[in-house]
Design a protein around this ligand. Structure first.
Ligand code: AVJ
Length: 332
């Protein structure tokens, strides 16, 4: 269902499925019924989850946001030079759009108006952010799209004559397995014109303890963020998870070059959820795999992009080479 209604300078497109809750409910039950239990990672970003993640981004240990912001701050002008011409900006997983502001400001220094199209699954958070942004800048027009990435691709507002920059910031691409990255990038490619570009922020492989600390912070914010998934199941799907009976643990798994977010059962226990005939049994030490965060070398990530039909004319890194931002151009 698509409905567009303007609120004070912001156009809203809602392409979240009407039966979203049912789909999520089914995915939760299917994931928890598997021999190796999982939860759909999109469960993590409700309004509470999005706000918790904003707090994680401020942590010293979570270098991802800081490094990317630094790269954008230092290179915004070079990045926009590399694209060239008047553009509109489409952002997947926009969240608070804090880092995007560097690109927005850079673009507004060169063009009169900017059409910004942020896409996020947390509709409330998206709308709050969009309103703040237009209030801050009257040369910005916003079409906020509440949707999952794939659905968003099909409800984007009509193109102007301007080229488009498609953005995936903050290592949001890292949640997908490499094969899924290729498939997703191919679908983005289909929506692109030859003169459009794609800008992706991805996290680089680095010393294991730095990776570990970023996802197992000492203040326990990531633990709360992860457990928010259980809280949501309790609130929205009639679950009876006792949050204290689970421990957050996010190891780096070498085989897949990724951080795996896990919730480990502290004891042997049963959990029931609405719609389940039998409660779900957990052994002591058994875990739910809730999210992935893949880490790459530049060459490794470039190979995925090439497999999806892109070239990588340029990329930017921080001095420590902890994070990278790459520019991709579609090949015919
Ligand atoms: C929002 C997917 C980019 O993988 O770093 C942060 C999510 N999970 N801490 C990431 C996350 C735990 C984050 N992404």
């Amino acid at each position: 269902m698509i409905n567009v209604h303007p609120i004070s300078g912001v156009n809203l497109i809602n392409a979240l499925k009407e039966n979203q809750a049912e789909v999520l409910h089914e995915a939760i039950i299917a994931g928890l019924s598997k021999p190796k239990k999982t939860l759909p990672c999109r469960l993590i970003f409700d309004l509470t989850g999005s706000k918790m993640f904003e707090e994680i981004c401020k942590l010293q240990e979570y270098y991802v946001t800081r490094k990317e912001r630094h790269i954008l701050e230092v290179n915004a002008s070079d990045i926009i030079d590399s694209v060239g011409g008047e553009v509109e900006l489409v952002e997947f997983g926009s969240g608070s759009s804090v880092k995007t502001r560097f690109l927005i400001n850079e673009l507004l220094a060169r063009q009169n108006m900017l059409h910004y199209i942020p896409i996020d699954i947390s509709a409330k958070f998206l709308h709050e952010t969009a309103l703040t942004l237009v209030q801050e800048n009257d040369r910005l027009s916003i079409t906020a799209v509440a949707a999952e990435y794939d659905d968003a691709l099909h409800v984007l507002p009509e193109r102007s004559k301007q080229a488009r920059i498609f953005l995936f910031l903050g290592s949001s691409i890292g949640q997908f397995e490499p094969e899924a990255v290729i498939e997703l990038l191919k679908r983005v490619h289909q929506q692109m014109e030859g003169y459009d570009s794609l800008l992706i922020g991805f996290d680089l492989l680095k010393e294991r303890n730095i990776l570990f600390d970023a996802y197992n912070d000492s203040a326990g914010l990531t633990a709360d963020f992860n457990k928010n998934m259980l809280a949501r199941i309790n609130q929205e799907f009639g679950g009876n998870f006792v949050l204290d009976e689970f421990t957050h643990h996010a190891p780096f798994v070498e085989e897949y070059a990724r951080i795996e977010m896990r919730l480990i059962s502290k004891c042997s226990q049963n959990v029931s959820i609405d719609g389940l005939e039998h409660p779900i049994h957990f052994e002591e030490g058994e875990y739910i795999h809730t999210e992935n965060s893949h880490k790459y070398t530049v060459a490794g990530f470039q190979a995925l992009c090439e497999a999806a039909g892109f070239t990588m004319p340029k990329y930017w890194q921080d001095e420590q080479k902890w994070f990278a931002l790459c520019l991709l151009a579609p090949t015919k």
